[in-house]
Design a protein around this ligand. Sequence first.
Ligand code: H2B
Length: 118
Amino acid sequence: MSKLSEEKCVPCQGGVPPLSLAAIQTYLPEVPEWQVMEENGDQKIRRAFAFRKYTLALAFAQQVGMLAEAEGHHPTLLIEWGRVTITWWTHKINGLHRNDFIMAARTDGLYRALPAED
Ligand SMILES: C[C@H](O)[C@H](O)[C@H]1CNC2=NC(N)=NC(=O)C2=N1
């Protein structure tokens, strides 16, 4: 299996079923910090990233937003004092797509690449 973090999103068309729980289980090992949850009937994946400085949280959210724009696949970003909570799912199919796991892996890559907070 190729590394999700090296993949790009495919244009997400509607009309495909959301990933099954079994399929989701095959992707989770590559993004172990992400939680699968259900909200408003849609399955989603969510992770909170901790920051000591609000300005760093803001900068990280901006980076993720730019990645999302480049890939045409967008998350929910909740920016709070001390953390950014990111949720990925595919609105068009009301659930999870491989794209969401690609974007979670690439989000982890952005976080790992951040300089250590002093
Ligand atoms: C036209 C545009 O590409 C689509 O509406 C994209 C935009 N970003 C998206 N982001 C997410 N998370 N789900 C979508 O279904 C989606 N659709």
